[in-house]
Design a protein around this ligand. Structure first.
Ligand code: 13P
Length: 248
């Protein structure tokens, strides 16, 4: 069975004072029934990892370079994330694909670098609004999966996050049937390529997940959790999403 995961992507938000949110989250969920991951900005990874060491919440990065080290000003390697205390890394987020021109090939190489450093990869896919309107969502997502996931991944090394670009930060969420259709297609593609391991990989939904809509999203088949942006910044909001996942 895929593991249930509530993952928070803080994006370029948060400072030292934000670490108190993690204290509040741990107080609310001292023994959570699902996996919990927070991916803060790189500047906070080490402090967060120290603060919650030994507890039930994992810490992750938001991207990594394809190389282990070298002349890449401003970049961060997978080994650096791991040394700072990260166990996971988000790769292929639509904001990285759009803002930094990351291609499927680049993301695949990043994933290989991440796994070589022992990081669990959260691989993001999702269509733009224009692609949804053109009725090519499944083709787009299928192409991203095929192009950006390396060979040899397992349920222990890879999680997929379906994040429709038009649902991110907009308050708009696809209809239940639309989420179900894409998650079913992702599961089928993973099983087709990876066999039983494809059935063990978690598939997260992301895009305007809130405490108020989490329960109906988590009730959908092949939705094993969420990748949460805005609502992961405040412990009170993220806690409601975790509780909904525990109850699903
Ligand atoms: P929001 O939850 O703010 O819509 O962001 C989703 C996201 O991009 C998580 O990676």
């Amino acid at each position: 069975m895929p593991r249930k995961l509530a993952a928070g992507n803080w994006k370029m938000n948060g400072d030292g004072a934000s670490l108190a949110e993690i204290d509040a989250l741990l107080a609310a969920h001292p023994a959570p029934g699902v996996d919990i991951l927070i991916c803060p900005p790189a500047t906070l990874i080490e402090r967060m990892a120290r603060r919650i060491a030994g507890g039930p919440v994992a810490v992750g990065g938001q991207t990594c370079h394809t190389a282990a080290s070298g002349a890449h000003t401003g970049d961060i390697s997978a080994a650096m994330l791991a040394e700072a205390g990260a166990s996971h890394v988000i790769l292929g987020h639509s904001e990285r694909r759009a803002d930094h021109g990351e291609s499927n090939e680049t993301i695949r190489a990043q994933a290989e670098a991440a796994m070589a450093a022992g990081l669990h990869v959260i691989l993001c896919v999702g269509e733009t609004e224009a692609e949804r309107d053109a009725d090519v969502t499944l083709e787009v997502v299928g192409g991203q999966l095929a192009g950006s996931i390396p060979d040899g991944v397992t349920g222990a090394t890879l999680t997929v996050a379906y994040e429709p670009v038009w649902a991110i930060g907009t308050g708009r969420v696809p209809e239940i049937a639309q989420i179900a259709q894409v998650h079913d297609a992702i599961r089928a593609a993973l099983v087709d390529r990876f066999g039983p391991e494809g059935g063990a990989m978690s598939i997260l939904y992301g895009g305007s997940v809130k405490p108020g809509n989490a329960a109906e999203i988590f009730a959908i088949a092949n939705v094993d959790g969420a990748l949460v942006g805005g609502a992961s910044l405040k412990a009170a909001d993220f806690s409601g999403i975790i509780a909904a996942l525990e109850a699903a």
